[in-house]
Write a protein that binds this ligand. Sequence first.
Ligand code: AP5
Ligand code: MG
Ligand code: ZN
Length: 215
Amino acid sequence: MLIILLGPPGAGKGTQADRIVKNHGLVYISTGDILRKAVKEESSLGRKAQEFMDQGQLVPDNLVVEIVRERLKEPDCLNGALLDGFPRTVEQAVFLENVLPEIEAAIDQVLLIEVEENELVERLTGRRVCCDCGANYHVKYKSPKVRNVCDQCGGDLYQRDDDTLTTVKERLEVYKKQTEPLIEFYQERDLLYTVDGNKEIDEVNEQINNVLKEL
Ligand code: AP5
Ligand code: MG
Ligand code: ZN
């Protein structure tokens, strides 16, 4: 099974992905997480990606596509994978289509999580992330039991470098220009299902589960 999560920054892709992979036994592939890890490790990919990420721009396609191809080829993906944050441009989507025969897979569903813009800004500027396990929190909507400490692993919570107001606004613009065309791309292929992401986390998850159980 291959599921794609599409949606603007802050829509709740990571939050929902965490639940989807637990419920459906899929491998989680987030290009954002892979890139942030590379930046932290100061690898050659990380050094190239950092300036784009800090400015809220997309990392060039050629740096991202091969990573995804290699990851999808690993044996644990045979039972299915969930892609979060990839593809993000039409070029990446075309690349993915060309890779699918190689791994004998097909896209089962593209889930578009839609959320109003004001809400996105609020969610991103209030987000906190665990530095050890990557779990997502929010100062208002999903606060941890102990301030700045992860409920799941006890790690410290931090604010992502790209979650400042200026960078958030840039990321939303980039989404409109470069990623929104994918909505039509997947509509044409009859793969798109739109989820109302303005609802509470559990309600959004219920909508997603209803779609996935039909597959
Ligand atoms: P990436 O890490 O993919 O970030 P993004 O797409 O901007 O999305 P976010 O992770 O910010 O939001 P999310 O939808 O996961 O929301 P979350 O669940 O955390 O990419 C980062 C950067 O990497 C890009 O800018 C780019 O530079 C680069 N990059 C990555 N992939 C690339 C690619 N393929 N090509 C090129 N460049 C690439 O939720 C947000 C907050 O809201 C949390 O605090 C959460 O607790 C809260 N929340 C979630 N759901 C709800 C709800 N229903 N109600 C209330 N609060 C909620
Ligand atoms: Mg995310
Ligand atoms: Zn943690």
